[in-house]
Design a protein around this ligand. Structure first.
Ligand code: FDP
Length: 292
């Protein structure tokens, strides 16, 4: 990566960290649904729209950021002078509030960031950095970049290193699987029946919180292909690619059922969905064998 691109990534990560107190603080009073839906047909909370606008304003103002895309808006916004495909400018994709349906019950949620050295929709292999913020009892930010994953605690918008070398533990402990059980395919359900004999269920309904438990304790998280939704629920640009990148960089594996999430080809739709499975490599290998 060029020095100029490294500087842009630094600025993007700083901007996301410094936005976290505003996003967190802005949740109060924004827990109700609006009359609008996002591009994936999901009802939007006032908080989803608020966080999206805030991040567009902050990230779009950074020199070197050419494109902004968000799960909460239809198309890609050209925010800079450059071109993410040709001249060293970067494109950012965010899920401003992942798991925002947890806001009503005041459970954990997150923000996801993908920084691509390519125009969006981009391949996971075009990521130069990815990150997620977890709004738990503590605000933390986990960043994958240059082959390493670092976890920070974020206080007043400043990042303080908590773990400079995040690595998924070898002995897995937890699992969490999204979607309704009657909607699972039989081969996936057979896999789950094995896993639940070996690991402990930990599922909160916000992907970031559930994935973070897998990163912390080892295990497996999936939002799989469903009978009613063959591509699952989660989105490649905003969720599949960055989460696959973080988990793989932390020594784990990711899969859409047959290949790494980072090798899934974008089909041109910014809001393309993808079955998502991440965790310890041995568990993802078994999953791929079970779905074969
Ligand atoms: P949410 O709709 O609340 O934003 O990204 C979407 C997501 O949450 C994930 O965080 C979560 O894993 C999943 O959807 C949960 O969906 P369902 O409860 O609808 O199965």
């Amino acid at each position: 990566m060029s020095v100029q691109m490294e500087d842009t990534v630094d600025a993007v990560l700083d901007a996301v960290a410094s936005a976290t107190p505003d996003i967190r603080g802005g949740l109060v009073g924004r827990r109700s649904y609006q009359d609008t839906e996002n591009e994936s047909g999901e009802r939007q909370l006032a908080a989803d729209v608020y966080a999206d606008r805030l991040l567009e304003e902050r990230l779009g103002a950074i020199d070197g950021v050419a494109e902004y895309a968000s799960e909460e808006r239809e198309g890609v916004v050209d925010v800079g002078e450059g071109d993410a495909d040709v001249d060293g400018a970067l494109a950012v994709a965010v899920d401003p509030l992942d798991g925002s349906s947890n806001l009503k019950s005041n459970n954990a949620m997150g923000t996801i960031l993908a920084v691509y050295d390519a125009s969006i929709p981009a391949r996971g292999r075009d990521l130069v950095a990815s990150a997620f913020v977890l709004y738990g009892p503590i605000t933390t930010m986990t960043v994958a970049r240059d082959g390493e994953v670092v976890e920070y605690e974020v206080v007043d918008g400043d990042r303080r290193v908590r773990d400079a070398d995040v690595t998924i533990p070898d002995d897995p402990v937890v699992y969490g699987f999204g979607g309704r059980v009657p909607d699972w395919h039989d081969d996936f359900e057979a896999y789950v029946r094995e896993i639940e004999q070996e690991l402990k269920l930990r599922y909160g309904g916000a992907m970031i919180a559930d994935v973070n438990q897998v990163v912390e304790y080892g295990g497996v998280f999936a939002y799989p292909s469903l009978e009613s939704a063959p591509d699952g629920k989660l989105r490649l640009q905003f969720e599949g690619n960055p989460i696959g990148h973080i988990v793989e960089t932390a020594g784990g594996a990711s899969s859409d059922g047959t290949r790494s999430l980072l090798d899934v080809e974008p089909d041109g739709d910014v809001h393309q969905r993808v079955p998502l499975h991440v965790g310890n490599e041995a568990l993802i290998d078994r999953l791929e064998a079970a779905l074969d």
